[in-house]
Design a protein. Sequence first.
Length: 659
Amino acid sequence: MTASLSRLVEAELAKRWHAQAAAPLRELYEARREDSRRVDTRYTMWAAVAIYVAFSPLDFVLIPDVGAWTTLARLLFGGLAILLIEGLTRLDARADVLDAVGAGIVVACYIAWLAIAVFSSHALSASYYMVFGTIFMMVASLFFNFRPLSSILASVAILSAFFAATIFVAPVTPAYRLAFGTFYLCCFGFTGLVNWKLNAERYNVFLNALQAELRQEEVDARSRDLLRLSNTDPLTGLDNRRAIDEKLRRLWADWQDTGRGFATVLIDIDFFKKYNDFHGHQAGDRCLVVVGHALAAALKPFDASIGRYGGEEFIVIARLKRADEVACLAETIRGTVEALGLPHGHRRDGTSVVTVSVGAAVTRPQIGPKLEKLINEADRALYGAKANGRNCVRLFDPNDPQSSDESENIAALLRIAVAQNLVSLVYQPIQNVATGEVEAVEALMRLRMLDGTNVPPSLFIPIAERTGAILELGRWAIRTACREILASHPGLVVSVNVSAVQLRAPGFPASVAAILGEAGVTGNRLALEITEGLELEMHSDVLRCISELKQLGIRIWLDDFGTGFAGLSWLRLISFDTVKIDRSFLHDSADPRGAAMLQDIIALIRNRGHRMLVEGVETAEQMALMRAYRIDQIQGYHVGRPMPADSIKADLRTRRVRA
């Protein structure tokens, strides 16, 4: 609409002066001038009447014999003019009506004065005084903003009245009639031309102003579009990170000023990389769009804002401050996505549709002065939801050690742990069931705080994985195990746990090879334990990493088999040197059903051709059971507890002496 009107204005400005105006523009011009014309006509009439009455003293000077009558006429017609204009204004008469009435009033006032003045006995003065009739022409054409037609008709009426007076009433000579008639005609032509030019100029001013207005609207529209684009995610049409961050800052400032709290909710699509790998990126994009739009619709009752925060992550902010309200919102988000039923059959956690993990945090007095703290808490809650199996909701709990501020202290501690000698390794022996010899030891990491307090691995390992500190700690663990055990005990194997973060890190096999080279240890004396879990997705980078490690001669063990959903898939894809059966199956074997489950697992692994290691052997009875099941290796308190390097070396020497 704006573009077409702009083109019409440009064409109108390019027309020649005598061309007819375009009807749409003329209508718009008249519509925009309607109110101003009404106001102008009203107040100009007041001014014109005031001037009209102000000429009364001159009547008493030039035509004193009829001065009283002309003054009375001026007052009467002037008063009627004001009453008429005011009445029409009160009735909201259109501007064209006011113009027509105003032009008629000008003519009537002139004729009323002229009809009396021509009968004055001061004929000479009256004849010269009649020249003032041209003022009425100027009033009609210039003083008022009459349209050209009203102005011309009024001027013609005034001109006709003058000639009628000089012909039929006033005793004037032909020379007077010729001179002053010519003067009247010149004034008529001049004022008519000026009126036409003024109206044309007003129209041109309108066109130029309209053109400038339309261009400004175009600029404003482009600015709004650019602003919208800069604040909109191009794929989903939701707010992007920039827009959400701005809203977060406003809500945060309002909370700081007024105490009105709000909640931040982070949403992550579960196993989205796997979805992309199997369905393609176009299908992944469609998935993001469908999920985003579904969430936007579901969040309307909560008066919440949603945006795409990057990749497969969305963020929601809502004016909620109670935990139960936030929990309801978060569960609505989770349930909405699950209810979509988008097929996702390549995940290995027992679910076949697209789901999301949700983490939320709420403003609270102890949160501190920085907005980033709130986002960080929501992120930690999201990490907790993913670690808890995904497709679930987790609210940030400051009293939970996994997500509390203490975890941030541990994260900071991990950054200096190696440099400050705050980490150490303990080693637990692994015994060959058939020979009774200790063939290997498992290196287990320990962390202590600056005050000497020990931090449980169950607490610091997830934090190390979340922060990426596990990369440095993992290299340190392999290097330390090589130096403390492998370099001094030929033939002994040391197993070290590795996380999914390490296996996905570029160059991990090369760094392990470099450590083995520095220590002068062959790869077949190092075993890397991969824990079966949901965090270890089977994509090409991980499989390539494992293949490169095996080429170095490094042994690959599958740890905690049976505790996750991916174990069978891993057994199909990778030829593990050893499979460690989780301790829970041994401890449950006292029950008939548990014993049957353990036997089934043993049969499965044996059929695949892998060596077996059972964890958690603590009693002689369990040891006897392992012999009966012909298990290859065992580990547990019955064999030996985890101990420092010096102690394990002494223990190994003692075992050899006894042997």
